[in-house]
Design a protein around this ligand. Structure first.
Ligand code: DGJ
Length: 734
């Protein structure tokens, strides 16, 4: 037995053992433990075959210690014995929020889930999967819990499959992806995000009190507009960048989600997350497997920075399309022209892209619709034929002009939508999400197409496929989504309307899957007229996302700071626009923290601004690998400081870049103290030089060599103040 335990301790992944002889008040209990480099999730099968969570936290040195944990808690009585269920059923003895609630084919609403067996497999190097089978002993219903651990990055993903063999359909009234249980902490502090158009990702921290705090969305599409599914929970005390225990988590689902954070009567935290069950009790046919989306989470004992660097590594490796690749810099015409353009105007802008030095020109909204031309946002969505008046020679001539100018060409679409002023609206009213007999409600003058309908899926796929078929050299797609779902009703789903919100999202994924089979690598931006609409299920198909229509660089410092906890820089599209009053240097320096783009009228730039922008793009190209693939350190928080500072260090540690921005314009504000750098090697010397210096200006930081020790212990002053509002430092191993 001892040898067996030792072997388990040495193996990194998942262990299962029966603790018979290890002196514990709980004898002969089955333990299932899932481990990552630093953490362990430990489940226990009770003698009555219930599956409970007994530990989620930093790994203990000895496996046999986990069963001793329970005995140390004197928190009171669990009246059901399943407050800590690994997947809480309802309708039998459960007293708290369930993870799953069903109505059986005969109308009965009870469910017990008992452990049957489990198996562990290796998915790939460092990735293991445990599948646990649970069954009800009265009804033929089977639930499989999947727990996938990514050892090196301390990430765990959980999801569930549900299947039954009852005589008719059953109804899933709730069907969460995961049900976590955190105990052993005095307090829990939730850091959540709220927002609206142009105000996305506003953080809010509060101490969780007893009862349930729900994070959710019911918008159908545009999941993140009011609230994204990502959140943090600090354990014991609010975590800081480098200190404290914190859980980061989010649901991989691009539609309605719901996360319940329940501080239970015993002061422990239950976290139940999944598809939102509001108006979505799912009707499940016999022998059909329902698979929930994945819920990802990571625990850090070294603060938020460590959690986010783990998350970035994990997402670049496993989640983001071309996460290890590069990105294209671009010039977008949206704010330069809005809908008001023609072929000649665009050809000038394409030439401007070359002049600026970016990789690509991106043609935005307004290029389609003839019977209902897209000259405003009130017509033409759905009619994806090139507008002959604006572009008599089609898209092809623009692609060719781009090629002649040695830049690539990308295009905007919003294929999930329809304007009432369109041919499509007249031709296929049955493809549109709307309640029969009720007044239509519009969001940005448009309605949503019913992606639960396979015919609509074909249509949306066709929009993209046709574009590529007609323009094989098309290099990029900006996929927009500017409406929420009102009046949810699908004529395709008939009497299964409650399946709509879920089937809408799976329909979207089916389309994206088909697109990626045929066009596996072409970069695509996940856009949503602001609102974010980003999650790690969507990022399987997209290379980047549009965090907000708000491109005021001061706002972006805060917003990109918050997004960066969850998404690496190469996914965060950041464009230099005319929003805000800041000089082009500040605007560009901020956009360089993400995937750099421009949305300005190049010909309106004065000579120095143009020279600055051209040089900044060259600097960005030289540093982009460090920004996209390096480790990100948040050095100084914009909230509560005069200046923000963010650093990226490449994986080999020989190059870094530090961005510092003033975020306050009051008298004498600035970086009065040096900023301590992170992630360098103490014993190495580094050359520090200022880049992105505006033409004819002197650097505000003198080029010099410092030891890593100095830069990390004492720091360096970027000399940000009301005159030098942003400073970029390049750090190179000497
Ligand atoms: C909303 C996007 O966020 C903008 O960048 C632009 O593409 C417009 N839609 C076009 O309608």
């Amino acid at each position: 037995m001892k040898k067996h335990i030792t072997n388990l301790r040495q193996s990194f992944g998942i262990a299962f053992f029966v603790l018979a002889s290890y002196c514990s008040p709980v004898s002969a209990q089955q333990i299932i433990s899932v481990k990552t480099k630093s953490n362990a999730l430990v489940l226990q099968v009770t003698p009555g075959k219930e599956l409970n969570t007994i530990y989620l936290g930093e790994k203990l040195a000895n496996d046999f210690d986990y069963v001793k944990i329970q005995g140390q808690f004197k928190q009171g009585t669990d009246y059901s014995g399943i407050y800590n269920a690994a997947y809480t059923p309802s309708g039998s003895k459960n007293l708290l929020e369930p993870a799953i609630a069903v109505t059986h084919a005969d109308g009965n609403t009870s469910l017990d889930l008992l452990y049957v067996d489990h198996k562990t497999t290796t998915v790939s190097t460092g990735v293991s999967q445990t599948e646990i089978t649970l069954k009800d002993n009265v009804y033929p219903i089977e639930v499989h819990l999947f727990i996938q651990s990514y050892y090196d990055t301390d990430i765990i993903e959980q999801w569930t499959t549900i299947k039954h063999a009852e005589k008719g359909n059953i109804t899933l009234n709730k069907y969460a992806s995961a049900n976590l249980y955190l105990k052993g902490y005095n307090n829990f502090y939730l850091n959540q995000y709220h927002g609206d158009w142009a105000k996305e990702m506003q953080p809010e921290e509060s101490k969780l009190t007893h009862g349930i705090k729900v994070l959710d969305t019911k918008l159908g599409s545009r999941a993140n507009l009011f609230q994204p599914s990502v959140f943090m929970v600090s354990l014991d005390k609010p975590a800081t960048e480098d200190d404290g225990k914190v859980l980061f988590a989010g649901l991989e689902w691009s539609g309605n989600f719901r996360t319940d954070l329940e501080l239970d009567p015993l002061n422990n935290l239950r976290v139940i997350s999944g598809i939102n069950n509001a108006a979505a009790a799912y009707s499940l046919a016999k022998n059909t497997v329902f698979t929930t989306p994945k819920f990802w989470y990571t625990l850090s004992s070294k603060g938020k920075g460590h959690a986010s660097r783990n998350l970035h590594d994990w997402s670049r490796n496993y989640k983001i399309l071309d996460g290890k690749g590069s990105r294209l810099t671009l010039l977008n015409n949206w704010e330069a022209t809005y809908f008001n353009f023609d072929e000649d105007k665009l050809k000038v802008l394409i030439a401007d892209s070359k002049k600026l030095g970016v990789d690509m020109f991106l043609l935005d909204d307004g290029w389609f619709g003839n019977n209902f031309p897209r000259n405003n946002d009130d017509a033409a969505l759905g009619d994806w034929d090139v507008n002959k008046k604006k572009l008599p020679n089609g898209i092809g001539t623009l692609v060719k002009t781009a090629k002649d100018n040695q830049v690539k060409f990308g295009i905007w679409i919003e294929p999930e939508m329809v304007n009432p002023a369109s041919d499509l609206y007249k031709k296929h009213p049955e493809w549109i999400v709307k309640q029969p007999g009720r007044t239509e409600h519009y969001f940005r003058n448009q309605l949503v197409l019913d992606l639960s309908n396979p015919k609509v899926q074909d249509f949306v796929y066709g929009v993209v496929d046709n574009l590529f078929t007609e323009n094989p050299e098309l290099a990029y797609i900006k996929w927009d989504c500017n409406a929420v779902i009102y009046n949810a009703y699908s004529s395709n789903l008939k009497d299964k309307q409650n399946n709509f919100y879920t089937d809408y999202v799976t329909g979207l994924y089916k389309v994206l899957e088909r697109i990626r089979v045929k066009y596996p690598t072409v970069p695509m931006m996940l856009c949503s007229g602001g609102g974010g609409r980003v999650d790690y299920a969507a990022m399987k198909y997209f290379t980047e996302f549009w965090p907000s229509d708000n491109t005021d660089p001061l706002e972006r410092v805060y917003m990109q700071w918050e997004y960066s906890y969850f998404y690496p820089a190469l996914t965060i599209a950041a464009h230099v626009t005319d929003w805000g009053k800041q000089p082009i240097k500040y605007r560009t320096d901020v956009a360089m923290m993400g995937r750099l783009g421009f949305d300005i009228v190049v010909k309106d730039l004065n000579e120095k601004d143009l020279t600055f922008a051209q040089q900044a793009i060259k600097n960005y190209n030289a540093l982009s690998n460090t920004i996209w693939q390096g480790d990100q350190y948040r050095l100084q928080n914009p909230w509560g400081n005069d200046a923000a500072s963010v650093m990226f260090v490449n994986k080999s540690g020989n190059e870094a870049v530090v961005f510092s921005y003033s975020v306050n314009s009051r008298y004498e504000v600035g970086t009065h103290l040096p900023i301590k750098l992170k992630g360098l090697q103490a014993g190495q010397n580094y050359k520090v030089e200022e880049i992105n210096v505006y033409p004819d200006k002197k650097p505000v930081v003198e080029t010099a060599t410092y030891s890593g020790d100095f830069l990390m212990q004492v720091g360096i002053n970027p000399n940000v103040n009301s005159t030098n509002t942003s400073v970029v430092l390049k750090i190179t191993k000497a």
